[in-house]
Design a protein around this ligand. Sequence first.
Ligand code: SF4
Length: 263
Amino acid sequence: MGNWKGKPRYDLKSFAPPLNVSRSAVEEFYKCPRCFWLHFIEGWAHVSTPGYPINTGIDGMAKAEFDIVRKLGLRHRLMPDNKWRASNHADIDDWRNTWKGVRALFAKGNIELHGAVDDIWVQGNGKLVVVDYKATCSQSGKYTKEWLFETRPYITRQMAIYKAILKEMGEDVAMSGIILYYNGESRKSSFDGVMNFSSHVIKVDPAKGDMSHPDRGVERANNAWVKKITDEIWDCVNLTAPPAAASDCEYCDRLAVIPAKYP
Ligand code: SF4
């Protein structure tokens, strides 16, 4: 058996609150409550995918670059105006640490939602801005909030979750966050071991774009949505049998079709 079979995350008999639920686990639940239930109750993880070491490397270099201006108290050229700075909050290193992150209780204290932010910037009015670095290599990116809502709604969900956690932690959070896209320029006559990146700043309020899910319908990624989905997660883990599968999942479709054709 491969490493997809792990330990169950939740067992009602031995449970002591809170249940730890990561930002990516919320995304798993959003996509399919059944897969989430099987993961948390049976320990059956979803089909694994390769890592993204190049993206992770670019994230690391972006962090190092913004740490320089953080230390010097200077504005970075990509920040929207002269009053913005990289946050020097006392907990900024913990908030960016995968093993600590930002975290807060939801679902009447039964769920602790957590995730590590890429960075936090501060506006001139003192409000904190969640920043997420993304790297891609695309000729088609428009790098507008409309493009983001339409093609990458998971990013707005991610932003909404971080904002809601920070708000629950008592922080003064700005409505909009920043998605900082680095796009690799791949149309060169020769590689020579060098790829240049263009940088694109998208200021986005996740609550202003509609998300459409075949089973959930149309929703907006605001604080109320984060509270609602964590309540649903708590209800889900307390079901005694897995809920219905997502109606548009290619994995379960294959599991049904292939054994039926080649038993
Ligand atoms: S439909 Fe099946 S494979 Fe797809 S996410 Fe849900 S349980 Fe997992």
